[in-house]
Each structure stands twice: as C-alpha cells, then as structure tokens.
Design a protein around this ligand. Structure first.
Ligand SMILES: [Fe+2]
Length: 348
C-alpha cells in the first residue's frame, strides 16, 4: 500500500519534473510557479515576463493542497513563486511555513501597504470586490450597504454561497474588523433570516438564481461577472450576467470589501533571483494591468485603470482596511457562521 502511494506521488510529480529538466537545459534562467490559478489565465502575463526578461516559466497548477505539497517537498522543493487568490489561502501558505519574507523596495512602492503582509510574506497584485448582484428587473435601488442585507425588507430575497467559503469568510471578517464580533453576529443572523434558500453553489449560481427569479440580490465576486459576460463555452451564462447589475456596497461610506489575488516567495526558492524578478514584474504597472485584464480584476495601485469590461460595472471605491486585519478575524468569522447556523438557511 505504501509503495503504491509513493508511486502515485511520483507519477503526479514526474511530468512537472520532466518539464523542469527540459527547460532548465535550454534556458539561461527559469522560475517555477506553483499556482492555484489556471495556467491559461496567467499565460499571457508569463509570456510577457519571458519576453521582457528572457526567463522561462514553469507552472504547476494545483486546485488544492498547494501549501501541503510545498511543505512535503521541504528543502528540495522546486517552488519559487506561489500564485493564489484570497487572503485566506495566501495566509494559509504563510501559516504552513512555505513562504519567506521579502523586503523589496520596488515591489513595496507598487503595492499599497494595505494589500501586503507587513512582514513581506505575501503581496496582493490585483483585487476583486465582493459586491451585490441585483436583479435589473426587480431591484430599483442603485446603492446598497452590507449592513442593509440584514434589513427585513430583503426577507426571502437574498442568495449566497456557503458562509464557510473563503470569500464569505473574508467579508464577515471585514465586518468584524469594522463593527466587532457582537454586532457582526446580529447582522449575520439578520442576513440568514433574509435568505431565499440554503446557501449553495458558487457565485455564478447565485446570478443564475436571480435570472430564474429565485432571489433578487446575491453576494458575488466581481470577476465572475466578466467570466459570465464573455463565456462562449457556456453561453447561457451570458443571460445570467445580463439579468443582474453590480451594486458596490458602502460606496458612500467606508467603501466596498475587496480581497486579493496574490503572490508569495516560496520558502526554499531555488531560483530566488528570478523569482524576485517575476514578482517585481507582477507588481509593476504593466504586470498589474496585464493580470487584471486577464482575470477581470482591479490593479492594486491607485491610478491604474482596470479593463473596459471591468470599468463598465461602475466605480469601485475599495475599503482601505488592511488585508492583514481581515486575515486576523477569519477564525472568529468562521465561528460565527457556525454559531448562527448560517448554512442551514432561513428559519422556516
Ligand atoms: Fe473564485
């Protein structure tokens, strides 16, 4: 049994190792990227980096267990740079001890301090906002707050994915940072009581539910709107997107909750110099723009415009709360979700 497991591990690692060898033999320099982001999403960005620097990139895509894999590989890990989304997952990499601190003047100049770890273990390159998808047909208001989601006027009208999903946890953690745990618990109970159904599916399924008339508003990340609007593979998603408008919560006060797509320098990076070059490139205006455009996200540096598709949704005023403060409140947020039994849906 043990040897089978070992074999299995080898067979997974082998194609990547083979690519690594082949590329290292040819190129002056390489950088190995462990990514939670789909390779096709980051390819244009990495191609631009290679064109600029002459450094080749290898991408190992994983949809789970990225930090566990690096930890397991230990001192011999080929990982140079980690690319992932959401402060929860980036923080998980740091907590697992697979990142190293980087103090880099150019990167710190390009990335505002609220979007990076004070110790330099992770950096946000682009942001995504957690917004409200609202029915164009049934919702007349064009402004909203997160606080308002607990207002009984929305009873039976709200859809969302699980309260324990990292995206929801990030939002709840930001509510805790602003209002404290007691008020946030009350709020969460109110939101739960307004749900149209048990939390279920991903963000896109909430837009689908609005399209189908099952709810009027939903919580969702901005980039999914772009993914739905441009989805040639599943064109029915264009209809879901067409049924909704994007409302940016708290635009008139503290701003909308945002999360990050981030990068980190791997603990035992064997090509550290190239890794830092890639991270400098990603942090640069050009890198942020290219990345943002590809994934329908917002560059972190103020003044750099997002793509036309993203701009068409409206203007994002991001909540200036440091992402590190959100990370700190994640555990409490998760406990509150359980405490109010959020995922059981509205009381009947
Ligand atoms: Fe997502």
């Amino acid at each position: 049994m043990k040897s089978f497991k070992k074999l299995l591990k080898l067979s997974i690692a082998a194609p990547f190792a083979a690519t690594l060898l082949a590329t290292s033999a040819m190129a002056d320099g390489v950088v190995n990227i462990y990514s939670y982001r789909q390779p096709e999403l980051i390819k244009p960005l990495l191609d631009a980096f290679t064109a600029d620097s002459g450094i080749k990139t290898n991408v190992l895509f994983l949809d789970k267990g990225l930090e566990e894999k690096i930890a397991e590989e230990g001192a011999n890990s080929p990982a140079d740079v980690i690319l992932t989304v959401d402060i929860g997952r980036i923080q998980a990499a740091e907590d697992k001890g697979v990142t190293q601190a980087l103090a880099n003047e150019a990167i710190n100049k390009d990335i505002p301090s609220q979007y990076r770890d004070p110790e330099g273990n992770w950096f946000g390159v682009t942001t995504r906002a957690r917004v409200i998808y609202a029915s164009k047909e049934r919702v007349t208001q064009d402004a909203i707050t997160y606080e308002e989601l607990a207002d009984p006027k929305w009873k039976g009208k709200i859809c969302t994915r699980s309260g324990q999903h990292v995206y929801t946890i990030g939002l709840i953690a930001s509510m805790i940072a602003h209002h404290g745990p007691e008020k946030t618990e009350e709020w969460l109970k109110g939101v739960k009581n307004n749900l149209a159904r048990k939390p279920d599916g991903g963000d896109r399924e909430q837009a689908k539910a609005i399209f189908a008339g099952e709810c009027d508003i939903a919580l969702g990340n901005t980039y999914y709107v772009g993914q739905m609007q441009t989805n040639e593979k599943n064109p029915e998603q264009k209809d879901w997107a067409a049924a909704i408008k994007v409302l940016f919560p708290n635009a008139d006060d503290r701003g909308t909750h945002v999360n990050i797509s981030g990068m980190a320098l791997a603990k035992n990076s064997p090509n550290k110099e190239n890794a830092v070059k890639l991270m400098e490139f990603l942090a640069s205006d050009k890198g942020q723009m290219l990345y943002g455009e590809q994934v329908f996200e917002y560059p972190v540096e103020p003044g750099i415009k997002p793509s036309d598709i993203v701009q068409a949704w409206g203007t994002l005023k991001p909540d200036p709360l440091p992402l590190a403060d959100i990370a700190k409140n994640r555990k409490t947020a998760s406990e509150l979700v359980d405490k109010v039994a959020f995922d059981e849906g509205p009381a009947t």
